[in-house]
Ligand binder design. Structure first.
Ligand code: PMP
Length: 297
């Protein structure tokens, strides 16, 4: 498969307040974020030209920045507007939006107090994260070598670039073994999440999901909890032992990129793509295609 690099495409990227031709948007190699991971970002999906839960994402970007010790130079409404402009400028129907904010090149060292904060937003047409077959049949996962860090060892409630180094390493290791994704435990040994998505287990008709106290409380996770409760399905957020996978009949991941993706296998455990998962996929698909004013669940 030939790859079209992300820096060699047509289109427009919003950067520091203005729309610019895609290829002209560059950062210098002596940028603080590149060396010290002082960067936060978002991932948003576009359905029928509209960004799903846009303001929630813009608010999370601002929150992530604050957790990382900086303020965005734009308010949430301005970020919302810029995201919408980028989607329109690139003529996106179904796709993905990537806003990011980072410390610039004014200082090169651990201290970055006087670095300028930059913001950029790109968007592109994007198919499903997993192939349609995988989405229907369920993906295969294996235990990750790395655990989600404790809240006192990393800014775990920020969607910060640095937190993804263990995700990429874990995902690469899983892929090398022929799996689709890795299952990360938390620092206490409880189930946590995938490398870019939250985890749900259906046990005896109820949904159980790991308590999001050391990883991202995903916007899709919150949406799915609301949809399930709306269907009268009990949802329990708690600490879950890895051994409890043996009792799960259905397992799925949730995230902006993966949407709701069933899991059919985690190492020695097997699951079915059952009624709970199918119903929620149907509800989620309907919700994301609904007019914006009805999207709040
Ligand atoms: N966990 C991680 C590590 C993620 O990268 C993501 C994707 N942002 C999620 C969970 C799911 O979050 P959301 O549903 O807000 O996309």
């Amino acid at each position: 498969m030939s790859l079209v690099p992300y820096d060699d495409r047509d289109g427009f990227i919003w950067m520091d307040g203005a729309m610019a031709p895609w290829r002209d948007v560059k950062v210098h190699v002596l940028t603080h974020a590149l060396h010290y991971a002082s960067c936060v970002f978002e991932g948003e999906r576009v359905y029928d030209g509209r960004i799903f839960k846009l303001t929630e994402h813009s608010e999370r970007l601002a929150h992530s920045a604050r957790v990382m010790g900086f303020e965005l130079p734009y308010d949430v409404a301005a970020i919302d507007r810029a995201c919408t402009q980028v989607v329109a400028a690139n003529g996106i129907g179904d796709g993905y939006v990537r806003p990011l904010a980072w410390r610039g090149a004014e200082m090169m060292g651990v201290s970055a107090q006087r670095c300028r904060i930059h913001v950029a937003i790109a968007a592109w047409t994007w198919p499903a994260y997993f192939t349609p077959e995988a989405r229907l049949q369920g993906i295969r996962m294996t235990r990750a070598r790395y655990d989600r860090p404790a809240p006192n060892t990393a800014p775990t409630q920020s969607k910060a670039a640095g937190l993804y180094m263990i995700c990429t390493l874990s995902k690469h290791e899983a892929e090398a073994k022929g799996y689709d994704d890795a299952l990360m435990l938390d620092y206490r040994g409880f189930l946590a999440e995938g490398t870019g998505a939250n985890l749900f287990l259906a046990i005896d008709g109820k949904l159980h999901t790991p308590k999001a106290d050391c990883f991202l409380n995903g916007i899709t996770r919150q949406t799915v909890i609301d949809l399930a409760r709306g269907r009268g399905i009990e949802v329990i957020e708690r600490h879950i032992e890895p051994e409890e996978l043996a009792a799960a009949r259905e397992v799925f991941l949730t995230g902006t990129a993966v949407e709701i993706t069933p899991v059919r296998e985690i190492d020695e455990h097997r699951f079915e793509v059952g009624q709970v998962t199918r119903q929620l996929i149907g509800d989620f698909d309907a919700l994301t295609r609904e007019p914006a004013q009805r999207q709040a669940v």
